[in-house]
Ligand binder design. Sequence first.
Ligand code: ADP
Ligand code: MG
Length: 208
Amino acid sequence: MRRVVAVVGRKGGAGKTTTALNLSGALTERGYDVTMVDLDPQSSLTRLVNKGSVPAVLELGPQAENRAARGAAAAASWLAAQISDEGVYIIDTPPQLGAILDAAVAVADRVILPTRLAQQDLDSLLDTLDHCRQRVLIVPNAVSRYKVHQTALQSLRAAFNGQTWAKEIPESVTILEACNAGLPVVMYKRRGAPATAYRTLAQEVLPA
Ligand SMILES: Nc1ncnc2c1ncn2[C@@H]1O[C@H](COP(=O)(O)OP(=O)(O)O)[C@@H](O)[C@H]1O
Ligand SMILES: [Mg+2]
């Protein structure tokens, strides 16, 4: 079995790289053979995780940038050849619309779109959704219990009625700490709301 999940969104800071790392950790914990694929030319995921980490990261961003210069179709067939083995591939993408995003979406079985809940995040959601042929799983990220977040979550859900929504990922200092340690939360602090949230996301992305 080969499953490809692309984590996308044109907005920087939304949580794509963090989600890619933590989703990969939660799927590894479930016994899947996971490879993280870093398509960001800035190599942010590669730099975030420890060398020799499990799951491993495949740094393809600089090459992806070259291939993307020849168009999304060329980049997509190159990417498909890089990830042709069995297993689960979680692709982190750069925070922009363009050929790299389009190539990742073209090879993906599943697309997930993490978003924060500020007003300006809404426009970028629409732009990104326009680039996806498949149904997208929107992941509300860094959600607090404050009323401003809970209200925004409700109105986003209403505005994107008909989209699929994942259960939200909490705003959590543990997630930051785990990132600083170069580890997925499920390996950094096994118990607690953040680890549970990523396990739930993993279940939504790949139901057992
Ligand atoms: N749920 C969360 N709680 C707390 N901090 C978070 C959360 N998700 C992401 N962050 C932090 O937000 C910052 C941006 O996240 P990142 O994953 O790099 O976004 P992107 O890849 O979309 O640019 C990072 O410092 C990350 O640690
Ligand atoms: Mg990133």
